[in-house]
Design a protein around this ligand. Sequence first.
Ligand code: FES
Ligand code: FES
Length: 216
Amino acid sequence: MDSPTTQLISRRDALIVGAATAAAVSASTAPPASAQTAAPAAAAGGSRMKLTLNVNGTAQALDLDTRTTLLDALREHLHLTGTKKGCDHGQCGACTVIVDGRRINSCLTLAVMHEGAQVTTIEGLGTPQGMHPLQAAFVRHDGYQCGYCTPGQICSAVGVIDEVRRGVPSHVSADLTARPILSAEELRERMSGNICRCGAYSNIVDAITEVAGSKA
Ligand code: FES
Ligand code: FES
């Protein structure tokens, strides 16, 4: 029978052999130092492209790094800062704009994918002097507190009302072939991609319901 000392040495030997093997595998699979520095350098270069976006009725010529999101093109290049950057990951809806009649998260799409597209931002929906009906309803119903999510909420609501009018079903529509009714359940589902950290949801529902012309 082995002594405790022999057993200890055996375990230590096994650990040393295991560690040496792992190091050897790691060394053989790791890219050479030159390759490790080459990848970031290549990524830093990028490429540029000229494009035209029709934003709020005006043709805008842009020359952008192809990696520029539509959100950054609007905010950083066209200085339309009404569209907000919340998460920059498609999770909050603050960046919602309307592109060719459909609401989208502008942080999740590249500007160069929308050559010639019609883009509507909150600035294109109304002005303080001539508000869009949804903007006026949000004011009437106190549908915001800090207001950061509000441009995205209103652009999204414009899209929701249009989707219901066109008969587009949602996840909670009982009958996919029937014309959807903008119930509170439908409205909450369709607006679920727009987060409000101030929790103004019930007033937002009231505002949209008033404009949509149905009781929620
Ligand atoms: S900033 Fe686009 S979804 Fe949050
Ligand atoms: S009003 Fe503040 S996040 Fe919605």
